[in-house]
Ligand binder design. Structure first.
Ligand code: PLP
Length: 346
């Protein structure tokens, strides 16, 4: 029988303050007329951690940096987009632990607003003292990161290269642990969650959570993810594969069933990081009813999906829905122009 103590065998650094809070969204429930249907909404505040501005990636970094230190690394090399939240949090964790941090960042080829290159996470990465390398044209971020790591090794450093978004099986262990955290917290609230909604980018959060649910004896089919990066089929295949890899890493004989992984790409719009009207409406609604900031790239799109499912009658009476708030609010400042076009009040 699997016990959550199995996760204790993996090297880990402690980066979270405590269990992140689960809060009820009562004003939003009222605004949407949910009390009449006996539907309740909760948020798991994984954006709510002190280190580096918080966010889902801290859970992954607990195991990734634990592994890096175990292997004697003195430098962490992370790959991401210019506005990567994972890059910002890697830089913050390295600062706290006294490690060198090299960020290999890809820039979109099409013209981008000044805010995108010079605001949000880019500002924070610089404040945190990360070494920033912009990927030149003609080479992938991954290839360039390997070149940077080789250069660092020649200089006598011991670099540890992290997978995109920290979504390696080791990183995803953080969310396997989170599945147990959610289960315990909901039980303490006297509730049983019937649906968990979250964004899916590089799939590690979803895969880790799904693996943890299998191990906790729960059905991961109650998770619904909204892809913000890849079309549904690609995101689905990647998530099933990663879930299986996490189960294997944990020595479990459980087989991930593709039917248990539910992903929609209805909120993807024109692609990764490209704003949609539904995302903007979701960011506004969450802020104006609950005072909480969703990010425009991940949480905003996933929450738009939840709002759409609620209005189309996808959820039944008695449902208890938990939305995973994954952080990323610095991204708002990279998209400032999309939120400044509201008419001014008289
Ligand atoms: C704020 C935020 N939410 C969600 C995600 C998606 O997580 P994953 O890449 O594990 O699917 C990311 C990934 O970068 C993120 O930064």
């Amino acid at each position: 029988m699997f016990s959550h103590d199995t996760l204790d065998h993996f090297p880990k650094v402690s980066l979270l303050d405590d269990a992140t809070p689960i809060q009820r969204l009562e004003r939003l429930e009222q605004t949407l007329g949910l009390p009449a249907k006996d539907i309740q909404l909760f948020v798991k505040r994984d954006d709510f951690n002190s280190l580096g501005g918080g966010g889902n990636k801290l859970r992954k970094l607990e195991f990734i940096v634990g592994d890096a230190l175990h292997r004697g690394a003195d430098t962490v090399v992370a790959v991401g987009g210019l506005q990567s939240n994972f890059a910002r949090l890697t830089a913050a964790v390295c600062a706290k632990l006294g490690l060198q941090c090299d960020l290999v960042l890809t820039s979109p080829t099409s013209s981008m607003p000044n805010d995108f290159a010079r605001n949000g996470n880019m500002v924070l990465d610089r404040i945190l003292g990360a070494h920033i390398h912009i990927v030149p044209t003609g080479i992938t971020g991954r290839e360039f990161a390997h070149e940077i790591a080789a250069k660092l090794s020649r200089r006598g450093c011991n670099p540890y290269l992290v997978e995109l978004g920290g979504s390696s099986p080791i990183g995803a262990l953080g969310y396997a642990l989170c599945a147990f955290e959610i289960e315990n917290q909901m039980r303490a609230l006297g509730q049983s969650v019937s649906s968990i909604v979250l964004p899916n980018g590089s799939s590690g959060t979803h895969a880790g959570l799904a693996a943890g649910m299998y191990l906790a004896g729960k059905n991961p089919a109650l998770i619904k993810a909204f892809s913000v990066l890849a079309p549904k089929e690609i995101a689905h295949a990647a998530t099933v594969e990663k879930t299986q890899a996490v189960l294997k890493l944990l020595g479990s004989s459980v087989e991930a069933n593709p039917m248990d992984i539910e992903i929609s790409d209805e909120q993807l719009g024109d692609g990764y990081g490209i704003p949609t009207d539904a995302m903007k409406a979701a960011v506004h609604q969450m802020a104006r009813t609950e005072g909480l900031f969703l990010d425009p790239v991940y949480g905003g799109k996933a929450f738009a999906g939840l709002l759409s499912d609620l209005s189309s009658g996808h959820y039944q009476s008695g449902e208890r829905i938990l939305f995973l708030m994954t952080g990323g609010s610095p991204g708002i400042f990279a998209y400032a122009n999309h939120f400044l076009d509201e008419p001014a009040f008289d």
